[in-house]
Every structure is written in structure tokens, then in C-alpha cells.
Design a protein around this ligand. Sequence first.
Ligand code: ATP
Length: 509
Amino acid sequence: MSEEKFKKIISHAKEYGFIFQSSDIYDGLSAVYDYGQNGVHLKNNIKDYWWKSMVQLNDNIVGIDSAIFSHPTTWKSSGHLDAFNDPLIDNKDSKKRYRADNLIEDFIQKIENKLIKELNKQKKRFGVKFDEKTFLSTNERALKYTNQIDELKSRFKKALNNDNLSELKNIISDNNIICPVSGSSNWTDVKQFNLMFKTQVGASKESSSDLYLRPETAQGIFLNYLNVQKTGRMKIPFGIAQIGKAFRNEIVARQFIFRMREFEQMEMQFFIKPGEQKKWYEYWKENRMKWHLSLGIKGDNYKFHDHEKLAHYADAACDIEFNFPFGFKELEGIHSRTNFDLSNHEKFSSKQIKYFDPLDQSKYTPYVVETSIGLDRMFLAIFSNSLITEKLDGGSERIVLKIPKILAPNKCAILPLVKKDGLSEYANNIKDKLKIKFKLTYDEKDAIGRRYRRQDALGTPYCITIDHQSIEDNTVTVRERDSMKQERIKVDLIEEFLVKSLDISNWLQ
Ligand code: ATP
């Protein structure tokens, strides 16, 4: 997808009240965004869909809502104070700051794109006769690209795992990776940069102590493991889910709501018996992919990607990547976190955090498999994938936001054809009856065609139009967003129709 398309997505999000740059009137605050009158509903609906699938459908998963602040030792125990760093590099000419790992990843992706382009060219040329395997193992150019990718990946992985910052710089120099702004390869050395925001609690300087804005919601779950396990009489395996804000002082934050400094996470920590982590890791990988696919977005937009470098707490980790407007990037992480967090909290707090297993009388610190998805990234995935410009018969175009219907900010729009002749009153009556069950909108301005376009652009699944015939025979026209098909139904049946079409259980199953 082109940069042009991405710009369209951003401006559509603003124009239709989905997302605004934070502090707009002061020229904005970098990498911080506000959700507008329509965005907030789309966001809440995504949360609801995730929450229901985790907490309502799983008998052994409960939810909590922990505070953003926690005792500062939390971040010592979790390793974030020492190791929650990103490798930073500056370009001396443009004065722009980058993550060294991202520069290398993007470079690798560029070569991969070249290989894909070559493959597609050959596929087109030879059609069904094309043998991809033979081509990849014999074609000179394909071999060159494949070797280059393999070599780079293995060198990159080694450098990351050894925290070898000078090697990261060498990879950038040896491959002549340039700054996209200045076009130069005049780089500084690579430095570590801690991503946590620090603040102070307490009124006076003497009595104040350092606090951190949480960089992940997971620690609030670990701190409450004992509370929930005991008060909820939870038996392992069980999970604790949470949705909440997280904060990271990201080095580079240029991709709209993909990388923000204040964002929201939907995380679930699944506590298990040590030794069972592989089984549960595979289980949650499959389960989470199913959840994504249940929304009806085409499967080839998602792929798994194993981590090149495991985080300080993990023994296995992968991402579910999504085909964002700027390529495949991480949408969700699935991590096998061992007992790293709980045993460290045990050590630093001197409190026993053990589980007594009544089945075999064993006592252990539980292992954890976590699923962690960025709510804002999920929003972007849905929004960017759904925004479509369609050519219509007769040559005109319409812009339509084909978001999964159950996530739409408004489930229907009530549109009286004209304001006069009692149509407004009739339409308002329908609105008042339906609004108890559904979030909807009412619009009586402009010609009906323009109003349909406005609702298409907002992603409203159904438009209900009231005309003169409605008053005579109590029927209305229902127009469906994607097909633009219209059908006449009895007023009394609208509610039943909407309930049936928008039943969340049809999607969650
Ligand atoms: P990345 O490699 O893109 O920085 P990460 O691996 O650090 O992400 P995790 O720590 O695994 O991310 O966080 C879990 C999820 O939280 C991510 O999959 C992503 O959806 C979301 N997330 C992380 N950082 C941000 C951010 N700065 N803005 C928006 N969402 C984020």
C-alpha cells in the first residue's frame, strides 16, 4: 500500500471523528492521540469483543483492573529498570533519531520485497508451469537475495542476543543503510535507551520517591496473582485478563497510532504448571489467531513471526503480524514468560508466591504464557483494512468503511427522507425505541444520497429510511452498507432484524 493511501487513512480518521492528534490546537504532541466521538465507540467495541472472548467465554479466566502506578520495586523485579531498552542511533545530518534494530529490519524487508517482486514476475510469465522451489534454488538473482537475507538475519540475531551495540552499528555501515530523510550514512554510535517514563510521588522533595508509568499492564496482574488466586479460589491452569493504558518513551514514533507513547494493551496472563509451557504456548497461538480470523478479515493479512531476540523473561515468543499500510508488523505478542516474573517478585518482596496443587500435592511457582495485544494497533488494523474506495456503476466512486459490523460505532442510522409531512416525528419515534438496545445515529440534513455516503464513510452497517409510504403502511427501507441493497421491512421487525444481523455470538463462536 502506498504512502498516499496511508495518508488517506489518517485524514479519514480525523475527518470523521475517529482519531485526533492530541493537543491539536498547540500543534500536537508527538505520538499521542485522542479518540473522537466515533473512534471511542470503535475502540470500546474492540475491547468488548476481546474481553468477552477472554473473560466470558473461558470459565478459567477472570479480569482485573490494576492501577497504572505500582510500587517502584515492581520494575526492578520485572527487569524493566535494567533491561527495557531500545538501541538508539542518530543521523548526524538530518538530526533524526532511529531505532537501530528497526533500520536493519526495514532493510531486510526491502530485500525480501525485491525477492517477492521477482517471484511474482516469474509467476506471471510462466503461469501454472512455474516451479517456485526450482526457481529459488537456481536463479542467480533469487539466490543472491536469499543468501543476503539469511546472512543478515543471522548476524542481526547474534548482535541482538549479545546486546552487541557496536555490531549493530557495523551492520548498518557495512550494508550502507541510509537515513530516509537525509539520504546519508553519517551515523552516531548505537546507545541503549530506557523506555520508561519516570515521575515523582509526594509533596516535598525530601519525602518524594520515584515512580514509573507502567510500560506494560502485565505487572499489575503478577502483583495480584496471589490476591486473585486466593479470593477467586482459582485452580491452575487459569488466566487473569486486563485492559489498560501503558506508557513507553518510544525513540521513534512516526506511524500514527501504530507506535504511541501512551497506548492501551489487552493482556492475559495464563498461569500453568511448570513443564506445560510448550503445550499452552501452542494452544494460545492457535486460539489468538482464531480470534483475529473470527472478525472476517482475510487470513492472508496475518502471519506468525518468531522473535529474533527473546525478551529477558521469555523462553519462547512470537508475534502475530498484520499487513498494515506500511507492511507486515507486530499486532500481538504471545510469550512464554516462564516463572521469571513471579519468582522475582517473590525474591524482592520476600513473600511466598507459590501454588499448592491439590491433584499431586506439589508446590510450585507457576509458569506463565501471555497474550498481549495493542488495542490501538488493533484499531489501526481494522480501520486501515476496512477503508475502501469503490467504483460504482455509472463511473462515480464511494468511500466506505467496511468494518466488521459488530464493531461499528453506530449500528444503524435513522434517516427521514424529508423533514416535513410528519416524517421527522415518525423517524424520531423509531429512534427512541431502538436506542435502548443499539448505539445509533439520526440524520435529517442533506439529500438522502449524501447521507448514505456519510454513513458509508462512518462504517454504519444499516441505514433505515423513512418515507411517505412508511406513514401509510408502517414499512421502512433498510439499506445494507456493503452491498448497498435495499429492502422494505415492517417497522415492527426492525429490532429483530438488527438483533439477528448483529448478534455477537455469531462472531465469537
Ligand atoms: P515493538 O517491537 O513494535 O516495539 P513490542 O514487542 O515492544 O513491540 P510488546 O512489549 O510485546 O511490544 O507489547 C505487546 C503489544 O503492545 C504489541 O504487540 C503492540 O500491539 C502493543 N504495543 C507495544 N508498544 C506499543 C506502542 N508504542 N504503541 C502502540 N502499541 C504498542
